[in-house]
Design a protein. Structure first.
Length: 259
């Protein structure tokens, strides 16, 4: 019994250490490999601190055009747009930053603030939990527990032990949960495309100016993009007042940006 308990403790400690290392490695900020990019980023930050937001935005966007994907970069660009009172573009870049760093408190606080401008309700618990872990993190953790499960089954063929069976049950269950979560995330991201309204716009009842106006969407509003046709997006969003209902309409593609 002592050997079994010792085995369980060692296994739990090993899994814990591996998970901790993976978690830390996946949340280390990206270090720019190019000195030119790093220099641009620092220069953009100086422009921002001097309230020269146009120059800061130009530099941040030039870095993004070079293919850099980084939550701090996106976050700073969102801040620069916010100080220019361009709420739509500010929210767009905050949302893009959140997709990279979903557990960043500063990003979440700024998103709460800009959502208040368009009177959007706060995300529910399930919605937050669903996006709390990145897809690549689910892949790594799922692969880890699958590996541990296979190793445990192999050892169990030669060494019968109740403690090992318990560990196998735990690792197998965690693997299945990670796999199902991964599939759900892949399905949701492929099926549902979200966008941000970057300028106040009238949503129409069809894809064209000839159709009647159905409702108005304020700058900064988050919408679900259902389809596109002839330069128009079919969108859906939640109307809060006077009652909570889903409303649908068509808007010009230039009035919204995909997250």
């Amino acid at each position: 019994m002592r050997n079994s308990c010792r085995f369980i403790r060692r296994t739990i400690l090993f899994v814990g250490y591996v998970c901790l290392i993976l978690f830390i490695s996946m949340n280390i900020p990206i270090v720019y490999s190019s000195g030119n990019i790093q220099q641009k980023f620092e220069e953009a930050n100086k422009m921002y601190e001097q309230s020269n937001y146009d120059s800061a935005i130009s530099l941040y966007e030039s870095i993004i055009m070079q293919g850099v994907i980084n939550s701090s970069l996106f976050y700073n660009l969102g801040d620069a747009y916010y100080h220019k009172n361009e709420i739509g573009k500010a929210r767009l870049w905050y949302e893009r930053a959140k997709k990279i760093s979903p557990r960043d408190g500063d990003i979440e606080n700024n998103l709460k603030f800009v959502r208040s401008f368009v009177q959007e309700p706060e995300e529910g618990f399930l919605s937050k939990a669903f996006g709390f872990v990145l897809i690549n993190e689910l892949t790594v953790f799922g692969s880890l527990f699958y590996f541990l499960f296979i190793v445990g089954l192999t050892i169990n063929l030669f060494y019968k032990n109740d403690a090992l069976k318990l560990v196998n049950s735990i690792t197998g269950t965690i693997f299945i949960l990670c796999f199902l979560w991964f599939l759900t995330r892949i399905y949701a991201e492929s099926k549902y495309v979200s966008g941000i309204i970057i300028t106040n716009i009238e949503a129409r009842n069809g894809p064209g100016e000839d159709y009647s106006v159905g409702f108005t969407l304020p700058e900064g509003k988050k919408v679900r993009i259902l389809s596109e046709k002839s330069g128009w997006y079919a969108v859906e969003t939640l109307q809060v007042k006077p009652e909570k209902i889903l409303i649908r309409g068509w808007i010009p593609k230039l009035s919204a940006k995909k997250i």
